[in-house]
Design a protein around this ligand. Structure first.
Ligand code: LMR
Length: 409
């Protein structure tokens, strides 16, 4: 009858991870979930995180008490500075309120929940959120779960393996006033393709003209340009243009704190005489949402990040660790492209080094992805995305040979 709970499909990303673990082949490669691996294919605890962890463990005042509802104050204030810059007017003018969250997903969720309750309630139709096609698969569920209608804007051209800027800007232009637009701050997941600064300026100008509301997802700050500040450029350009906006920030990738679930949600309001009052009212509602959803956030990951973000020496070490990760990924991009070109694998492969961040959108189709898995024990998402961090000097040739074989079939 209609009361029966229907069977849902397994989560594609975690399903892939489980399938890889079950595979008993001696040579297998995990290019699925976006988690950094060292050159031996092993998870990497950032040296700065190890250092912070040791310092924390020595602290005689450390205990397991609850954090405040909004999270660890030193963590949320440092997170604001990381995203907006320490001299940013949103910080000095107190135009931002921030809540520590269950990593990026939790930040997206509390933002989505807040929008579903308080955003444009007088509109005759619930405003939709526009997201890039493709985007991180979880974006659809997070907004769908709170009944925000989801729509798409074109983003990626399969022909050129690069940004479909015209498609993107034209769809955004045609969105009804008041619509929300989800934007990846840098290192777009899954494509590894970002707008240029010139293109961001056009996006901002169109969004301003059409009264659209920006929601930024920043999960890869430190992985795109090699500079934390530059990776935050797009968000800060929008801030300078006077937008009211939301930011979901994750520390999973850039601190390697995946399972610790450290993240932050920021609400920024426009410069106005009642800005501080707006921030206070929004903050009061966020506190109720947070309390009912998770009561208060988990402490450990936030303590680690906070220690590093607030100490200049540790911060410098963190930047070094980020360069280690992004540097190895860049080396693997070069190695993979070089090998495929050497093999004269049909197609063009320059996009592998053109794309940035943790992922490459290879252009491989579902059949090829399926064969890579069946015949070669290579695990990647159906859309042809690979996590570059799964490649290393020990398996990149094997992978290139496997790609060459399935492309020629
Ligand atoms: C990814 O896209 O692989 C990561 O963001 C991990 C996840 O949760 O899907």
């Amino acid at each position: 009858g209609k009361d029966i709970v229907p069977q849902a499909p397994e989560d594609p990303m975690f399903g892939l991870m489980a399938a890889y673990r079950r595979d008993t082949a001696e040579m297998k490669i995990d290019l699925g979930i976006g988690a950094y691996r060292d050159n031996n294919g092993k998870p990497w605890i950032l040296p700065v995180v190890k250092q912070a962890d040791e310092l924390l463990r020595k602290d005689p005042n450390l205990n397991h008490e609850y954090l405040p509802i909004a999270g660890l104050p030193d963590f949320t204030s440092a997170s604001q500075k990381l995203v907006f810059g320490k001299d940013s007017p949103v910080v000095t003018e107190k135009r931002v309120v921030s809540f520590q969250t269950i990593s990026g997903t939790g930040a997206l969720h509390i933002g989505a929940l807040f929008l579903s309750k308080f955003y444009n309630r007088s509109a005759s139709e619930a405003p939709a959120i526009y997201m890039s096609n493709p985007t991180w698969a979880n974006h659809n569920q997070v907004f769908g779960n709170v009944n925000i209608p989801t729509k798409q804007y074109p983003y990626f051209s399969r022909e050129t393996c690069s940004l479909d800027f015209d498609g993107m800007i034209n769809t955004i232009k045609s969105a009804p006033a008041g619509s929300i637009v989800l934007l990846h701050a840098c290192a777009h997941n899954p494509t590894g393709v970002d707008p240029t600064q010139e293109q961001w300026k056009q996006i901002a100008s169109v969004m301003k003209e059409h009264h659209l509301f920006p929601f930024f997802d920043t999960a890869y700050q430190g992985f795109a340009s090699g500079s934390l500040a530059k990776d935050g450029w797009a968000i800060n350009y929008f801030v300078e243009q006077g937008f009211e906006l939301l930011v979901a920030q994750s520390y999973a990738k850039n601190f390697g704190l995946y399972g610790e679930r450290a993240g932050c949600f920021h609400f920024v309001t426009s410069p106005a005489s009642n800005a501080q009052d707006t921030v206070a009212r929004v903050g009061s509602q966020l506190a109720i949402l947070q309390r009912s959803e998770i009561s208060n956030p988990p402490a450990y990951g936030a303590r680690i990040a906070s220690l590093v973000l607030n100490d200049p020496k540790l911060f410098a070490q963190w930047e070094e660790d980020l360069r280690t990760m992004s540097g190895r990924i860049i080396e693997m991009r070069k190695a993979l492209r070089g090998k495929l070109e050497e093999l004269k694998t049909p197609g063009t492969w320059h996009h592998i080094t053109d794309q940035i961040g943790m992922f490459s959108f290879t252009g491989l189709d579902e059949r090829q992805v399926g064969e890579l898995r069946e015949k070669y024990h290579v695990y990647m998402t159906k859309n042809g995305r690979i996590s570059m961090a799964g490649l290393n000097t020990g398996n990149v040739e094997y992978f290139a040979d496997a790609v060459d074989a399935v492309v020629r079939e």
